[in-house]
Design a protein around this ligand. Structure first.
Ligand code: PHE
Length: 350
């Protein structure tokens, strides 16, 4: 009897191995293991009629046959699945006639482009580009620049104060830098003259936004320290810069201004590159003929002294202006807020 079962299992395993597809495999499964009239179920039923002594051996033989048949089914199922995948992969073909997907090439943000232009132009004049922290100590943003607490000039730079995550120290207030001028101090502390650096960077002011003001914006700062530097060096550098950034034979106008950290101080304006002063309706200069662009001056002797430079030996000049303003002037963009709205219709024009 047990011999019969072994022969039965042999036959079943061979049948299963020969099943050509899922349907044939399923038919073989039903034939051998089917609950109702599967061959093995029939054999199982026969246990009841056997003498008690023969039952254990026969039962074991049934189980063994069942195990082998199930194993064969599983194996064949896996083999059929694998060859189906093979077949599918073999049939797939790339469709070389499909039109390619359009690739959208990104570009630099207009403010990044302008910043790079500024750095490149000043590099050609011997200025190295450096960067500094946007979160700044009151000391660098104000104190070291001759603007102590209570100085009325502080009102010119509406400040966003920041609480120190490491614990506030009332003697060391933190702020979002309101201009890039604190980097004048940091650079002078770290280096020895001669110095020629330009510092582009983000600044923060606590003020309402409008067409020409943003509370987060970019400035560029210039600083040169050397022996025998004069105001005419400052003028020459800014003159060369104006001609390169706006093109053509630019004129520059210096008018007396006041900054606590420069003496003398001046406001710089470029003659209008769009109308050259000839259009009273000009959309760039508003008919003024001049575009106010930056503040500048000779570094104040007290500032030099504070970083340990001897003002009798060293002089310097500094200047600082808005980067968005330059980008707006060059592109004709009417509103500073356009730069920060992430609208591709605007950004793709640059
Ligand atoms: N930091 C000044 C401002 O933000 C500009 C400036 C820079 C003036 C350097 C003089 C020298 O208004």
């Amino acid at each position: 009897m047990a011999e019969d079962l072994k022969a039965l299992a042999d036959r079943a395993v061979a049948d299963i191995a020969a099943a050509a597809d899922d349907a044939a495999l399923e038919a073989a499964r039903v034939r051998y293991l089917g609950r109702k009239d599967g061959v093995l179920s029939e054999a199982t039923k026969r246990v009841a009629q056997l003498p008690a002594a023969d039952k254990p051996a026969y039962g074991a033989a049934v189980n063994e046959a069942k195990r082998r048949i199930e194993g064969a089914l599983e194996e064949r199922r896996a083999a059929l699945r694998a060859s189906a995948i093979e077949r599918e992969l073999g049939q797939e073909r790339e469709d070389l006639t499909l039109p390619p997907r359009r690739v959208r090439v990104g570009r630099l943000h207009p403010i990044s482009q302008t910043t790079r232009d500024i750095s490149r132009i000043f590099a050609s004049l011997g200025f190295e580009t450096v960067e500094g922290p946007e979160i700044e100590w009151d000391y660098y943003n104000f104190e070291a620049l001759n603007i102590p607490t209570g100085h009325p000039a502080r009102e010119k730079w509406q400040t966003l104060w920041i609480s120190n995550p490491l614990g506030d120290d009332p003697s060391r207030p933190l702020l979002g830098r309101t201009h890039t001028s604190p980097m004048q101090i940091r650079v002078m502390e770290q280096r020895k003259p001669p110095i020629r650096v330009v510092i582009p960077g983000r600044c923060y002011r606590y003020e309402a936004t409008d067409a020409i003001r943003e509370s987060i914006f970019f400035q560029y700062e210039g600083l040169a320290i050397d022996e025998k530097l004069t105001m005419s060096d400052l003028k020459g550098v800014l003159y060369a810069f104006a001609r390169q950034i706006f093109g053509g034979e630019r004129k520059i106008r210096f008018r007396v201004d006041y900054f606590p950290f420069t003496e003398p101080s001046a406001e710089i304006a470029f003659d209008c590159f769009a109308c050259e002063g000839r259009d009273p309706q000009c959309r760039v200069c508003g008919g003024e003929g001049w575009i106010e662009a930056a503040g500048c001056g000779m570094v104040h002797p007290d500032v030099l002294r504070r970083v340990g430079y001897d003002p009798a030996r060293y002089q310097g000049f500094a200047f600082g202006g808005g980067i968005e303003r330059i980008a707006m002037l060059r592109s004709g963009a009417p509103d500073i807020r356009l730069f920060y709205q992430n609208d591709l219709r605007f950004l793709e024009q640059f």
